[in-house]
Ligand binder design. Structure first.
Ligand code: FAD
Length: 407
C-alpha cells in the first residue's frame, strides 16, 4: 500500500487530491489523505465580496467532506505541526500519519513588511472578511448617533493600504457598500456622512503592474469616477485603530484601516531544513519535487524556483495537475514531467458592472468584462451547489440593497 499525504486544503492541495483521485481511482494499493486546518476550501478571489456584503461567507467556502464524498480521498481536519522526513511521518494536532509521498501546499500569510499591525484589519481568511464587514457596519451604526464632527469624519474615512488587485477590488466594492448603505438603510446619516472618504494608499508610482497599460488606465479611471482617493508613492510607516501615519509625518485619522498590501510565503515551520528561494519560498525542482527529497512535492504559494511563478490560484491549480501526474508517473517508475507557467489571462473587478481583463493580446473592459469575470469565477467553483447559490446571491444583490445586519 502506497500512502500519499497532502497538507493544505486550498487551491494547490484540493486540486492535487482531485487529480490523484481520478488517476488512482479504484486502485486499492494507493491511499490518499488530505489534511487541512479548516474543514472547508476557501475561494479567495471572491473574499472581497464577503467583506462588502455582496456574498455570504458560506458561498465562498466549500465543505471538504462534501467535496470528497464518494471518492477515495480521506479528509482529515487537523493542523500539521511537524514532518519527520527520515521516518516519513506527519505529526498533526490529532495524531500521526505515515506517508510514502508527501505533498505540501500550505499557502502564504499576510505580509506587513515589518510594520506593527496594531490590530488593523486584513483580508486573507474568511474570518478577516467577516470581521471587515462587521467593522464597517459598526462604523455606520456609530455615525447614526455621533454628534462630534471630527469623530464623524474619522468614522467615515476608510483607508485601504495596497493598490494591488485585491486592494483595488476591495476599495471599489467598499465604496459602493458604504454609499449604498448610507443612501438606503442609513438614510438618517446622510447629512452627517456627506464626506465618505475611501483612500487607497500605494507605495509604488503606478497600479496593477501585472496588467496591461490599457487595464491600468481603465482601473485608474474607475477609481476616479468613484471618488476613491488614490495616493501613489505614499508609504505608511505607522498604523492602528486610530488611523495611519505616512512617511514624512502626515497623519490620516481613520476608524477603518484595511491592509491589502501583499502576502508572503513562509516556509512551513513543520518542514525544517529546506532550501529557501530569494522570496522566502521553499525551493523546488522543475518537477515540483522538494530540492534534495524526491518523495516530497511542494506547490502553490509555498513553492519557489529561481524564477518563481506568481502567487496566484491559477498557478496553484496548474501545478496541482503536474504534481498529481508526477506522483502517478513515479509509482509507475517513469520519467517525471516539468512545470512551466503560462498565464491564462487575468481579470480585475471594479465594483458593480465594471471589470477589466487581459487575455493574451486582448484587453476587455466594462460590463461585458464584468459578466465574463463573474461567469469564469462561477465555473471555477467545485460544486454545482455553490455555483447555483452564488448565481442566486449575485442576482439578488443586483436588485436589492446589501445586507447590513451584524450577524
Ligand atoms: C483576498 C485574496 C484575493 C485573491 N484573489 C486572487 C485572484 O483573483 N486570482 C488568483 O489567481 N489568485 C488570487 N489570490 C491568490 C490565491 O488565493 C493563492 O495564490 C492561492 O490560494 C494559493 O493556493 P495554495 O494552495 O498555495 O494556498 P491556499 O489556497 O492559501 O491554501 C493553503 C491551505 O493550507 C492550510 N494550512 C496552512 N498551514 C497548515 C497546517 N500547518 N496544517 C494544515 N493545514 C494548513 C490552510 O488552512 C489553507 O487551507 C487571492 C488571495 C487573496 C488572499
Amino acid at each position: 500500500m502506497k500512502k500519499i499525504v497532502i497538507i493544505g486544503g486550498g487551491f494547490g492541495g484540493v486540486y492535487t487530491a482531485r487529480h490523484l483521485e481520478k488517476l488512482f481511482r479504484v486502485d486499492p494499493s494507493v491511499e490518499i489523505t488530505l489534511i487541512n486546518k479548516t474543514n472547508y476550501f476557501l475561494f479567495t478571489p471572491l473574499l472581497h465580496e464577503v467583506a462588502t456584503g455582496s456574498l455570504s461567507a458560506r458561498s465562498v467556502s466549500e465543505g471538504l467532506h462534501q467535496v470528497f464524498r464518494n471518492t477515495d480521498v480521506n479528509f482529515l481536519q487537523a493542523e500539521v505541526t511537524q514532518v519527520d522526513r527520515e521516518a516519513k511521518k506527519v505529526y498533526t494536532s490529532v495524531g500521526i500519519r505515515e506517508y510514502d509521498y508527501l505533498v505540501v501546499a500550505t499557502g502564504a500569510e499576510t505580509n506587513f513588511f515589518g510594520l506593527e499591525n496594531n490590530g488593523v484589519l486584513k483580508l486573507k481568511t474568511l474570518a478577516d472578511a467577516k470581521g471587515i464587514r462587521d467593522h464597517v457596519v459598526d462604523s455606520l451604526e456609530k455615525v447614526a448617533h455621533e454628534e462630534d464632527k471630527k469623530e464623524i469624519e474619522k468614522l467615515m474615512t476608510f483607508v485601504v493600504v495596497g493598490a494591488g488587485p485585491t486592494g483595488i477590488e476591495f476599495a471599489t466594492e467598499l465604496t459602493e457598500f458604504v454609499r449604498d448603505a448610507i443612501s438606503g438603510r442609513y438614510s438618517m446619516c446622510k447629512k452627517k456622512a456627506e464626506n465618505v472618504r475611501v483612500i487607497l494608499v500605494h507605495s509604488g508610482g503606478s497600479i496593477l503592474k501585472q496588467f496591461s497599460k490599457y487595464t491600468q488606465g481603465y482601473a485608474s479611471c474607475i477609481l476616479k469616477k468613484k471618488n476613491i482617493e488614490l495616493r501613489l508613492n505614499t508609504k505608511v510607516v505607522e498604523m492602528g485603530k486610530e488611523g495611519v501615519v505616512f512617511l514624512g509625518g502626515e497623519k490620516m485619522p481613520a476608524h477603518t484601516v484595511v491592509w491589502t498590501a501583499g502576502v508572503r510565503a513562509v516556509p512551513p515551520g513543520f518542514l525544517p531544513e529546506v532550501a529557501i528561494s530569494k522570496e522566502g519560498r521553499v525551493l523546488v525542482e522543475d518537477t515540483l519535487q522538494l530540492m534534495g527529497d524526491e518523495n516530497v512535492f511542494v506547490l502553490g504559494d509555498t513553492a519557489g524556483q529561481e524564477v518563481s511563478a506568481p502567487m496566484l490560484a491559477q498557478v496553484a491549480v496548474a501545478q496541482a495537475k503536474v504534481v498529481a501526474n508526477n506522483l502517478y508517473l513515479k509509482t509507475q517508475g517513469k520519467k517525471l514531467s516539468i512545470f512551466t507557467f503560462k498565464s491564462r489571462g487575468m481579470f480585475i473587478s471594479l465594483g458593480r458592472w465594471r471589470a477589466a481583463g487581459d487575455i493574451g493580446k486582448f484587453n476587455i473592459q466594462g460590463p461585458f468584462a464584468w459578466w465574463m469575470w463573474r461567469t469564469i469565477y462561477l465555473f471555477k467553483f467545485i460544486s454545482w451547489r455553490k455555483r447555483v447559490r452564488i448565481m442566486f446571491e449575485w442576482t439578488y444583490d443586483m436588485f436589492s440593497a446589501r445586507d447590513v445586519t451584524e450577524v
